[in-house]
Design a binder for this molecule. Structure first.
Ligand code: FES
Length: 233
């Protein structure tokens, strides 16, 4: 039988199971913690830090930190939300995100979080990074201008023999996502669509699929991100 652990989030007590992460425990209890690189069913990488909470006074990633008895967690505070907003803003100025012309507009987690955190005029200078687009895979377009290096695709998209199709090459501001040319040629339509859907932004687009759901009927067009398990705003 699983062991019960008691934690508090924003001064409210919750019971959860030993072994759950803070993020999972929060979601189980209807508490929204914003995420960007996390995807249900994929081992968390903890790369974006949008889910940062204060654990017993120290900042930790909720998606990678397991719960422990008596943990005191702060989540919905002005300071944490300001820090999350800053991360989102930095991602916007680091890449080249032109939402109105992006196929993922309305289903993009980055865009949805920008609305949630009320991003207005940029506080930071745009980098206007030069990043190549790769349209050579038969079923996909890899639009690196929009990539936030969350590594969801690296962790979730595999060929039949278990080889990863995606990988990150280089480091720092030269880091970029790549697809294995040979494996890309063997991709099924289903796998290509899975890759597109697992990408939180518009960096992986299945050819011919970008606009199959009309604008206005997309995931976040009618329901803002986080609304389903939001306890406060
Ligand atoms: Fe936790 Fe990205 S969602 S670090």
């Amino acid at each position: 039988m699983s062991e019960t652990v008691r934690i508090s989030i924003d001064a409210k007590e919750y019971a959860t199971e030993k072994g759950r992460t803070i993020l999972e425990a929060a979601r189980d209890n209807g508490v929204y913690i914003p995420t960007l690189c996390y995807f249900d069913g994929i081992a968390p990488t903890g790369t974006c830090r949008v889910c940062t909470v204060n654990v017993n006074g120290r900042p930790m990633a909720a998606c990678t930190t397991p719960v422990a008895e008596g943990m005191t967690i702060e989540n919905d505070t002005p300071e944490l939300n300001e820090m999350r907003k800053t991360i989102i803003e930095l991602l916007f100025v680091e890449g080249n995100h032109f939402c109105p012309s992006c196929e993922k507009s309305g289903t993009c987690d980055l865009q949805a979080l920008a609305y949630r955190f009320k991003l207005m005029a940029p506080r930071f200078e745009y980098e206007f990074s030069q990043r190549d687009l790769d349209a050579t895979p038969p079923k996909l377009i890899i639009e690196r201008n929009r990539c936030i290096l969350c590594k969801r695709c690296v962790k979730a998209i595999f060929a039949d023999d278990g080889k990863a199709l995606f990988a990150v090459s280089n480091r720092g501001n030269r880091a970029m996502i790549n697809i294995d040319d040979k494996l890309a040629k063997t991709m099924s339509d289903e796998l290509a669509e899975k890759a597109m859907n697992i990408c939180p932004v518009g960096a992986i687009i299945k050819k011919g699929k970008g606009f199959s759901t009309p604008i206005g009927k997309r995931k976040y067009d009618t329901k803002p991100i986080g609304i389903e398990n939001q306890v406060s705003s």
